[in-house]
Design a protein around this ligand. Structure first.
Ligand code: OXT
Ligand code: ADP
Ligand code: MG
Length: 581
């Protein structure tokens, strides 16, 4: 139903109704948000016209849901917030979406300009558009109903085009209640044409890239989440398989090609980074996750080819010998069409060397997975999860924590594109429930969220949201009673817990029980297996609280090296505890 066109007797409309009509006209089918003054009626009216509204307990989760729905659908996810505090609660997710390159629009109600601009102290008054600017790809404000169509179109085009990102759209209280002739309002609406146009690379850049690749003795392809976002799955597969070059998937690119693909080098990471002479980055940045392309992890004379839609990304960390600027689908189409003119091959000795390390690391991993411990550790618990998931290879895996993140990434293999959703470029805790909810809502599929106990706490109240919408989400809390570990002492000797300590053996399962979901409390891998099998079969909201040895976590998971070094105490203050097998 369209409010204006379906109500022929209506001669006047207002900003609120027109805003909803503009969103609907632009294909928005879901809004994630938290309501209050001045956007409550907007959400009600959105539901009235058939837009699904998912109401959260905190705006950060609603924002995270919008962001990941943008990643999964290539259309901006919409987050609706109230003024000042609600707006600020959503802003972290908007900033993270921009950092991750996910298309998202945060639409927020705001106070009247005349009071804000003279700092006269409005209810929840804040100069929101200017606050949002540094955290968003762009920030716009709609001051008059007649500008709604353009405002929405600009927000959509900005969020989707080039490198996608988060856009802030400010809608003032005054604008929402300003009236406008209904026919003129209806006539003003439009849908932007081709908001994320194809961008072909120039042919010289393609030839340069193929020539460099053909000169490689130890070539490597790194697939990033930009390649997953591009949804050029067939092109990626064709290029990788036709060249025979090994590939290393970044975390959210796992599954773009299956982890058990013979060319996957994920379990020989140090070898391939340390020795590759030509590395082709496809939708991956040389940021901290790749130690900026330099340092002891890398072959010092490595040369880079980079496929990216963002020209400014080139040379941001290391000189790029062969930049290919374009969208990944178009770039790969051209590369595939031209590659037969170049003798690209992957030397057998290089493939053999990688296979040898893969085998050695597989044996080491198998030993970790099958060594029984009491209490459980991350590896034997995750082995049970992995066993059950062999029957659920096409469900979403949301993952956050430190050890809970890094160990899951390595143990739980991915087989299909865009199913692994995690903490992303910033390593943000709190994405868990928002991502899980949006994955279930946009796809209708099941989701498993594998969470550290600290990580879960950041968005845990959304368990109520999961139960309210009856979503098929199973949460596995790897509960070691703390941030990294649960057994750190308070160095001051005070009775307070240490900075990393959380409640030992906390019963997170009771939270799920409280809202009507199915709950399990487990202490052995066999119990994990039984509980997860039942939870996934039920398709009901469920939470499995897995008690993990509080002593086994490593400080900051795999990124402990990023903690500042102290001159005064060269050893980590907690005594350098490392993970036991
Ligand atoms: O080749 P080598 O020999 O080197 O071996 C490598 C691979 O080849 C091999 N491998 C395998 N072998 C066999 N089989 C398989 N399948 C296999 N796969 C791989 O294993 C090694 C290692 O491989 P890997 O993992 O690929 O390589 P590496 O070197 O680790 O990769 C580097 C990275 C950087 C690419 C990778 O580690 C990565 O992607 N890391 C992401 C790290 C990250 O983002 N972490 C999250 C942030 S940590 C911290 O900030 C936390 N906080 C603070 C905080 C945050 N973040 N946010 C907010 C809003 N507030 C505060 C907090 C509070 S974490 C955290 C909570 C933690 O507590 P929890 O209770 O939630 O979690 P627990 O830790 O569980 O207690
Ligand atoms: P990862 O963390 O997986 O390494 P990053 O987020 O660092 O990935 O990098 C993703 C890159 O992909 C960004 O530089 C972004 O500009 C680029 N990108 C996103 N979408 C596309 C696309 N459709 N075509 C080309 N490049 C893209
Ligand atoms: Mg923990």
């Amino acid at each position: 139903m369209n409010y204006i066109t379906d109500n022929p007797n209506t001669t006047l409309t207002d900003g609120m109704h027109l805003m909803v009509d503009a969103l609907k006209r632009n294909g928005v089918d879901t809004i994630y948000g938290v309501v209050g003054i001045p956007v409550t009626d907007l959400a009600r009216h959105a539901q009235e016209v058939g837009i699904r509204y998912i109401g959260f307990r905190h705006e950060q989760s609603a924002g995270n849901a919008a962001a990941i729905s943008g990643y999964l659908t290539k259309k901006p996810g919409i987050c609706l917030t109230v003024s000042a505090p609600g707006f600020l609660n959503g802003l972290t997710a908007l900033a993270a979406a921009t950092t991750n390159g996910f298309p998202m629009i945060q639409i927020s109600g705001s106070s009247d300009r005349n009071i804000i601009d003279l700092a006269q102290g409005d209810y929840e008054g804040l100069d929101q558009m200017n606050v949002a600017k540094p955290f968003a790809k762009a920030a716009y404000r709609i001051n008059r109903p007649e500008d709604i169509a353009v405002g929405v179109a600009r927000a959509i085009r900005t969020a989707m085009s080039g490198r996608p990102g988060g856009v802030y759209l400010d809608i003032t209280t005054a604008m929402l209640s300003t009236s406008m002739d209904a026919q003129a309002a209806a006539d003003s609406l439009f849908v932007p044409v081709d908001p994320a146009p194809k961008q072909y690379p120039c042919s010289g850049s393609v030839k340069r890239a193929l020539k460099l690749l053909s000169s490689a003795k130890k070539p490597l392809i790194i697939l990033g989440k930009g390649a997953a976002y591009a949804q050029a799955d067939e092109q990626v597969r064709t290029f990788v398989e036709k060249t025979g070059i090994p590939f290393l998937p970044m975390s959210m690119a796992k599954g773009l090609l299956p982890d058990d693909h013979p060319q996957c080098a994920a379990s020989a990471r140090s070898l391939v980074l340390g020795q590759a002479d030509v590395v082709m980055l496809i939708g991956a940045r040389l940021n901290w996750l790749l130690t900026h392309g330099k340092g002891k992890k890398w072959n010092p004379s490595v040369q880079f080819i980079q496929l990216d839609i963002e020209p400014e990304e080139m040379d941001s960390n290391r000189p790029i010998a062969a930049p290919v600027v374009g969208d990944i689908e178009s770039s790969l189409d051209v590369l595939i069409a031209k590659m037969d003119n170049f003798a690209i091959q992957c030397p057998k000795e290089w493939r053999d060397a990688i296979d040898a390390v893969k085998q050695t690391n597989a044996v080491k991993m198998q030993a970790k997975l099958t060594t029984p411990t009491s209490p459980m550790n991350y590896f034997n618990a995750l082995k049970a999860v992995s066993d059950v998931m062999q029957d659920y290879r096409d469900i979403y895996v949301v993952n956050e924590g430190a050890n809970a993140l890094d160990d899951t990434r390595n143990v739980i293999s991915m087989y299909h594109p865009r199913l692994r959703l995690d903490t992303g470029t910033w390593g943000v805790m709190g994405i868990g429930m928002g991502y899980a909810i949006a994955a279930a809502v946009t796809s209708g599929k099941q989701v498993i969220a594998i969470e550290g106990d600290s990580a879960f706490g950041f968005s845990g109240m959304e368990v109520e949201t999961i139960c309210r919408y009856r979503l098929p989400i199973t949460i596995v809390v790897l509960n070691n009673g703390g941030i990294y570990r649960g057994n750190d002492p308070n160095l001051g000797g005070d009775p307070d817990p240490s900075p990393t300590t959380l409640t030992p053996d906390a019963r997170y399962d009771k939270m799920m029980e409280a809202f009507g979901g199915v709950a399990y409390h487990v202490t052995t891998p066999d119990e994990v297996r039984t509980a997860l099998t039942a939870a996934l079969a039920s398709k009901k909201p469920s939470l499995i609280n897995c008690i993990i040895d509080p002593a086994v976590g490593t400080e900051s998971g795999h990124i402990g090296n990023l903690n500042p070094k102290s001159v005064a105490s060269p050893q980590p203050l907690q005594g350098g505890v490392t993970q036991k097998a």
